[in-house]
Ligand binder design. Sequence first.
Ligand SMILES: NC(=O)c1ccc[n+]([C@@H]2O[C@H](COP(=O)([O-])OP(=O)(O)OC[C@H]3O[C@@H](n4cnc5c(N)ncnc54)[C@H](OP(=O)(O)O)[C@@H]3O)[C@@H](O)[C@H]2O)c1
Length: 226
Amino acid sequence: MIKLRIMQTKQTIAIIGATGNMGSAIAKSIAKGPYRLLLKANNQEKMDALVKDIQSQSPKAEVESVICPTEASWEADIIILAVPYEAEKDIAPQIKEVASQKIVISIANPLNQNYDGLVTAPGTSAAEELQKLLPNSKIVKAFNTTFAADFSAPVINGAQVDAFVAGNDEEALQTVSELVATSGFNPIIAGDLSVSRTLENMQLLLIQLGMKNNYNWLAGWKILHN
Ligand SMILES: NC(=O)c1ccc[n+]([C@@H]2O[C@H](COP(=O)([O-])OP(=O)(O)OC[C@H]3O[C@@H](n4cnc5c(N)ncnc54)[C@H](OP(=O)(O)O)[C@@H]3O)[C@@H](O)[C@H]2O)c1
């Protein structure tokens, strides 16, 4: 009898801004899954420490640091922009060609300096603005309603924290939902990319409530239903 060995190909994920709060939290959590990680950051010392950390937590992880965002995105199936909203405008032209037809995840919350509003105009969102900059990519909003501090244990008061996903491409929504589930959160597909307006405002509200009620940046959304 011939034994067929099914090879599972790993998806390659580039994280731009990998040593930041969110980039490192996402990298550590998804390194446990069937993904190859290409990490891009500006500070090599912080990057070496992050790679070491990931390898000690997940010895089987395939993780490499890459110097250039274009190179990281060229090799990737999925690109995560774990950078401030304003920085997306610098990065988008560098990855535009190589990110064509690929999933690009927007995690940004375009907060103003006082955290009491968003800098985006009414009727748009950071994710939709990114879609304009990368018209041939499949932009998906994800991870913007989860705090970096939630990733080490995405269960608060016994409940698995929900993480909303929004985008216009069905297959991309499924792929990103799997990634979100690997990171430990409960993925909920919220709607098309325009729903990002709501998701970005939801995080603004959570931040404002957190500052008022001292949630210590450990808070998240949970939908209760029957
Ligand atoms: N923190 C949270 O809990 C949280 C939750 C949900 C969503 N978000 C969103 O996640 C994004 C990152 O937030 P964060 O808290 O992780 O910020 P952070 O800790 O300041 O990290 C930002 C990262 O972006 C990199 N970066 C900044 N400007 C860049 C540029 N022009 N080109 C390339 N890389 C650049 C920084 O690299 P260097 O430091 O090496 O320069 C750093 O690694 C933001 O859009 C934020 O709205 C944050």
